[in-house]
Design a protein around this ligand. Structure first.
Ligand code: HEM
Length: 272
């Protein structure tokens, strides 16, 4: 494995090296994929976005397919990579009523018949009309994406090859990609417009952005909000993530489907 450590947010060891949350997510994903029979992916650190979803751009299950495709497109994913990394990753695990009550009433509803095996069954079942996530259903129906769903359903080796390529691409991200800058391999990206972020006013909306003992300068250097609570019997975080105004608006609106933040669900490599 290639470890290109640099100062980050998961702490610094005695040698002065560290790893960021997204790097840790990627490493956990690679390890899981391998353990479940999927392709071997070489880990590369360097994803320098600190914390989870700092700009509010990670996909929500309630986002329209056009919105998600638009974001992934501007990040530089090709249609083949989108199908491989999104539907392909949904070969493992499934949806949970606790996280996605609009998608299932079951405690755990697997995406395919082999939820612990990294294989191409998910593509076969999606083509047969058994898709659990609207975005995967969209990909299987859309003329741009369907050919890749069909190819991966018919050929697991082709799926694995495209998946490794897409995962490698995902590992190259850094904060500049969200801001429309260049990433390490000179992609010519159209600018993305990050949503406006604010510090949530409600204590219940606070998501911990720090660690025990963090001080205001360290917290603010991470781009997070700082506001002490005293007394604090419920252990409300003093250092917490900003939220996007877009998310706040959708949370306030009587949305037809609950706006469950993907980053809040367990087990998804895009989430914390
Ligand atoms: C880009 C659009 C995506 C959407 C809309 C999406 C949506 C979802 C949703 C709604 C769930 C079910 C959550 C639950 O009920 O617990 C889920 C699960 C999952 N997603 Fe995604 N996802 C996307 C991309 C990805 C990507 C890129 C990866 C991996 C690189 C991924 C990996 C997973 C995994 C492994 C699970 C299963 C989690 C578990 O069983 O606990 N997803 N996704």
């Amino acid at each position: 494995m290639a470890h290109n450590f640099f100062p980050g947010s998961l702490g610094i060891d005695s040698a002065g090296t560290s790893i960021t949350y997204p790097d840790a997510m990627n490493l956990a994903g690679i390890t899981t994929i391998s353990a479940c029979g999927g392709p071997e992916i070489t880990f590369g650190s360097g994803f320098n976005v600190f914390g989870s979803d700092p700009t509010g751009l990670l996909p929500l299950a309630s986002d329209s397919p056009q919105h998600t495709v638009g974001n992934m497109d501007r990040m530089g994913f090709t249609p083949e990579q989108i199908v491989a990394i999104v539907t392909g990753s949904h070969t493992l695990g499934g949806v949970h009523a606790a996280n996605s009550p609009n998608l299932t009433t079951e405690d755990f509803a697997p995406f395919d018949s082999t939820p612990t095996v990294f294989d191409n069954n998910v593509f076969k079942q999606t083509l047969a009309g058994n898709c659990r996530i609207p975005f995967d259903c969209f990909l299987a129906q859309n003329e741009t994406y369907r050919p890749f769903v069909e190819r991966f359903a018919a050929n697991q080796t082709a799926f694995f090859e495209s998946y490794v390529q897409a995962f490698n691409f995902m590992m190259l991200f850094n904060e500049n990609i969200f801001l429309g800058g260049k990433i390490r391999h000179n992609l010519n990206l159209a600018p993305l417009t990050p949503p406006t972020t604010t510090c949530p006013e409600s204590l219940s909306e606070r998501k911990d952005c720090g660690f025990v003992g963090i001080h205001q300068p360290q917290c603010e250097a991470k781009g997070c909000c700082w506001s002490p609570v005293s007394p604090n019997p419920k252990n409300i975080p003093w250092c917490f993530f900003k939220t996007s105004t877009e998310q706040q608006a959708s949370a306030a609106a009587p949305a037809p489907a609950p706006a469950l933040a993907k980053r809040e669900k367990r087990g998804c490599p895009f989430a914390v």
